[in-house]
Design a protein around this ligand. Structure first.
Ligand SMILES: [Fe+2]
Ligand SMILES: [Fe+2]
Length: 381
């Protein structure tokens, strides 16, 4: 698949390059510093999104945005404004739909990416109405449940266990009707990584469970465990959660907190099965004791948590993220095989790889996007 284009209009060359670099695995960025040039480009070629700085050469970012919305070509393109502060005029343009989002020009890259992804995710959700009803129902059910869970940012606030159960039921139904890869392919256009990953792990676990003969409540529990395993990420800041590139040691400590946090959230909530809580707490434990949060070894990790760890890694590898290439399912299965033993339970890995290969799961997925070239951002300036 060819990566879609985004237009980055920004006076500061370093900022333009940072944005283009941050998004290079997902988009081909066309970066300019001049407002009139930005307007000319957006009126002559298709763009998936625009990032415009308030201050530009010759024409302000707000004027560019206003012209885009009234020009007829690309008039629905999501527009994110980068500004020093939200002035009354910017607020008016946000409310009027001239711009979709406004972010502080000093925002960290992680926070910037979160806002950008949320903007594009909202657009992807509007397009769900074009999908078949059964696929749309799974996506909307899961999205509503996810949004409700992530509206809270602490571990104290309980969640409604019925939301997880309902989503799991939709996922299991899609698996049983042979529609789960249609759901997963539709997910590729969404950019809220944690949402996409939660639903993806749920789908992968339910698919695998059904193929190895699990039925009824057991299958529902696998789908619930997959959907909720990373709910602890609601306590992690966007700057860390969406930071492109490697995390430093302190940030690793913070993000590792999500496993324990997920357990705390689910324990505070009535009606969540114990197996689901176990998976939330243990999906990062590893056979040789090098995992977290408790450094459990193989004997201390239940079977479902070991299987969930495999589905979690597989799903993370095939997920689309701005900051990394998406691996094909075949590549992901090869990488899983290399992790069997010290990290992932080898018998479960062997079965998982066998099932995913034999069922043709790999071939059902849409191909990943073309890899970026060493320097492929177009910067006329
Ligand atoms: Fe996790
Ligand atoms: Fe995960």
């Amino acid at each position: 698949m060819v990566r879609p284009k985004i237009l980055v209009a920004c006076q500061d060359r370093a900022a333009r390059q940072r944005i283009a670099e941050t998004m290079r695995f997902r988009y081909r960025a066309v970066a300019v510093e001049d407002g009139w040039l930005a307007l000319h480009l957006v009126n002559t070629a298709d763009f998936s999104a625009m990032v415009i700085s308030e201050r530009l050469e010759s024409l302000s970012g707000l004027d560019v945005a206003y012209s885009v919305r009234t020009s007829g070509f690309n008039m629905d393109v999501p527009i994110m404004l980068v500004a020093r502060e939200v002035t009354p005029r910017i607020r008016e343009m946000l409310e009027g739909g001239i711009i979709d989002r406004c972010i502080d020009e000093t925002a960290e890259t992680g926070a910037f990416l979160f806002e950008f992804n949320a903007m594009c995710g909202a657009r992807a959700e509007r397009a769900w109405t074009d999908l078949s009803d059964d696929v749309e129902r799974v996506l909307r059910g899961a999205r509503d449940a996810y949004s409700s869970v992530f509206a809270a940012t602490s571990t104290e606030e309980p969640l409604d266990a019925r939301l997880i159960k309902n989503t799991a039921d939709l996922v299991v139904e899609a698996v049983q009707n042979g529609r789960i890869t249609a759901v997963m392919n539709a997910l590729q256009d969404h950019q809220d990584y944690t949402f996409v990953h939660s639903l993806s792990v749920s789908a992968v676990l339910a698919f695998f469970g059904r193929e190895i003969g699990i039925r009824g409540d057991g299958l529902g529990v696998m789908a619930q465990a997959g959907f909720s395993h990373d709910f602890g990420k609601r306590v992690i800041s966007h700057a860390i959660l969406y930071k492109p590139g490697l995390l430093d040691t302190a940030q690793m400590v913070v993000i590792r907190r999500h496993a324990q946090a997920a357990g705390e959230i689910l324990r505070h909530s009535d009606g969540v099965p114990t197996e689901v809580i176990n998976v939330a707490e243990r999906h990062h434990e590893r056979m040789d004791g090098t995992g977290y949060p408790n450094g459990l070894t193989g004997a201390g990790i239940d079977d479902l948590s070991m299987v969930a760890a495999i589905g979690d890694v597989f799903s993370a590898l095939i997920d689309n993220r701005c900051y990394k290439p998406r691996y094909t399912p075949d590549e992901a299965l090869r990488m899983l095989r290399n992790m069997a033993g010290p990290h992932l339970e080898p018998h479960h890995v062997a079965k998982f790889v066998e099932v995913m290969s034999d069922t043709g799961f790999a071939s059902w997925m849409a191909p990943p996007m073309e890899p970026p070239a060493a320097d492929d951002s177009a910067d006329p300036s």
